[in-house]
Design a binder for this molecule. Structure first.
Ligand code: FES
Length: 130
């Protein structure tokens, strides 16, 4: 898969916000400032229609604002119910205070596809279909 670095923000802006939403092409991402490092994930929760950038960041975990599931922002792994599918993470680099994220050249939204493939073990109505 061909990828490219996209400039999405500044280091200062991400540090000030803690967590924020940005676009890399047509893909909406969430950026997180954690202990001097910046991490990026898809901004949509894998459990339902919620933006992770609207959630609560505590250390390296983002709590979804809808059902309070938590992802580790370093590797995207779900940390508790009702989450079971990881959120996609993206490499980040900072150059002269500018933040870049490595994304596929032709982006696609894989969050919904991941949820649809895995199904919801709890039968939650918040699960989305692609
Ligand atoms: S929508 Fe995020 S935990 Fe349910």
């Amino acid at each position: 898969m061909e990828t490219e670095w996209k400039e999405v923000s500044t280091e200062a802006a991400v540090r000030e916000a803690g967590v924020c939403a940005v676009y890399a092409g047509d893909r909406e991402l969430a950026l997180y400032s954690v202990k001097g490092a910046i991490y990026a994930t898809d901004n949509r929760c894998t459990h339902g229609e919620a933006r992770l950038s609207d959630g609560f960041l505590l250390d390296d975990e983002i709590e979804c604002p809808l059902h309070q599931g938590r992802f580790n922002v370093r590797d995207g792994l779900p940390m508790c119910a009702p989450l079971f599918a990881p959120v996609r993470v993206f490499p980040v680099k900072v150059d002269l205070g500018r933040v870049f994220v490595l994304v596929p050249v032709h982006t696609e939204d894989v969050s919904a596809a991941n949820v649809a493939r895995a199904g919801c073990p709890g039968g939650c109505s918040a699960v989305v279909s692609p």
